[in-house]
Design a protein around this ligand. Sequence first.
Ligand code: HEC
Length: 151
Amino acid sequence: MPLARRSLIVLLAAAAFAACAPAGAEELRPYTVVGDAIPASLTGTRGDATRGRALVVERSSTCILCHSGPFPEQAFQGDLAPNLSGSGSRWSEGQLRLRLVDAAHLNATTIMPSYYRVDGLTRVGNSWRGKPILSAEQIEDIVAYLVTLRN
Ligand code: HEC
């Protein structure tokens, strides 16, 4: 795919989610990376898998702009990234958490947005500068959902 189109999609992805699901003025909570994972919950509690699924499937979340998955209700799904089916078999909860928090930590050239990071981002609009794209609670809800995707 041409680089320009890829960049545009990434930009739209970041913008759409920030516009539709602002995390508010929440301060980033500290977390510890161990190897390729963040083993501990960002909130100290387990997320809600049902809310997590709703967030992933919601078009505004942008996940399915790039990913496909077990979402029969969504006719159009992305083909830029791995199918999310089986994510919970391939990755541990902590690995999934780091992937969502800061995919670029694992792959500096990834097109996947860093959903829980505020520093080091370029092309961030003023209205959401200083805010993560997702809140800690939303990250935990999505992690709780992804770990259920086993095959
Ligand atoms: C702009 C495209 C894009 C968006 C938006 C995106 N991802 Fe990704 N994602 C990727 C790519 C590409 C990979 C493959 C690894 C890499 O390049 O970092 C990936 C990898 C993953 C993986 C690991 C998959 C595997 O089994 O290897 C998970 C889980 C994941 N993404 C979940 C999500 C969730 C949940 C969202 C929404 C909150 C999301 N992604 C949004 C592009 C995206």
